[in-house]
Design a protein around this ligand. Sequence first.
Ligand SMILES: Cc1ncc(COP(=O)(O)O)c(C=O)c1O
Length: 434
Amino acid sequence: MTRQTAHQAPSQAPHHRAPTETAVHTGAPRPDQHDRAALRAALAAATDDRIVYDLDGIGRQYTDLVHELPGVAVRFAMKACPVDEVLDHLAALGAGFDAASPQEIAQALRTGVAPELIHYGNTVKSDRNIAEAYRLGVRDFATDSLEDVAAIAEHAPGSRVFCRIATTGEGALWGLSHKFGCSPEDALRVLGEARTAGLVPSGLSVHVGSQQMTAEAWGAAVDSLAAVLEALNWRGITPERINLGGGLPALGVLDRRGRPLDPPLDKMFAVIREGMDRLREVNAGPLEFLVEPGRHLVADHGAIRAHVARLTSRRRLDGTPEDWLYLSCGKFNGLYEMDQLQYRLEFPTHPGGQFVNAVVAGPTCDSDDAYAQEGGLVRVPLAVGSGDPVWVHSCGAYAAAYATRGFNGFEPLPYTCIGGSGGRGGPGPEGGTA
Ligand SMILES: Cc1ncc(COP(=O)(O)O)c(C=O)c1O
């Protein structure tokens, strides 16, 4: 079929789309240390839309992380992928969980992990949330305010609290410090009050922002932690634990303009290791370290098999021509983060041929359901037709949890888990609904 194009003057109709061989980015997934053959085979085998999680890939990512940060306990941030099989697999490898609600705590417990391996990492919680977490056996709570400390003392007496210190969030795609974390001065008051209220002021935490792109962010966080540790020690409080939070990046995603994000992962790990040494020197007693990564463990080991809704051409009001690729999934059913980044797309049935540069958008009747339009064009095979498969790479993080229930009638995608040891049942390998 010959498509009409918006690349020619308005008077020249009918049009032929003006193809280009100029790549905005290549569709092929970024090569990295992990083998993606199994994930690609599952995508190829899928005959309908779904998210595929590669449990072995997630397991390798976990093992690599433990290797890079020896002796550091990992608490997977469940919000990044609350999929039972993924949680089971990580639990079997030794991970604990960072939970943000009693519901997440209950889901984490179903993996069989001991409650000691679960902490309540959300500084926002009601009295009822705290009491329920306590009833479920959780004794470690994040906090950042005197009000929250008072509530924990009342509803989870004797528990351990760790105070989250605010960071700037600079260098991250999503800085998280507006809503969470307090100043170093407040941290002293919060942990002092915790001790007075009969809680154990057990530690400090930070989160440098999600998809952090700089090693310096961890350097700055360590500076802040060191200063607070020293001040706490002066007040006779000797924390036992430092939680270095999440923020470690996915490797295979692109920025809003389609340029590869290239996080300096090795340097990040080196800065974290040096930082831990420094904090151990500063503190008056021994220190344990935790991390609570979300996206880093799962993003690059999940992918979506979607399909093309349609490739179209039209002009804007000012006459500027534009091609649009509408996919069967978007912001509300798997690609929630598409306004801040781009995922690599692959068109398995159109590996070559002519291309157009198009804006990519999801299927809903919502204008936010699209990649950034200025400078964010994606190279799309001219020949794609409605129904052709599209593989969306590196979208294993925050895909399932952020999907809406039927916005515009689009249901959350079903999921399939491959690899692993088979899990413990639940929706089974051919998947529940993500
Ligand atoms: C308390 C906490 N820990 C960990 C994470 C995971 O962050 P990331 O996915 O950037 O590793 C988050 C994300 O929002 C969080 O709020």
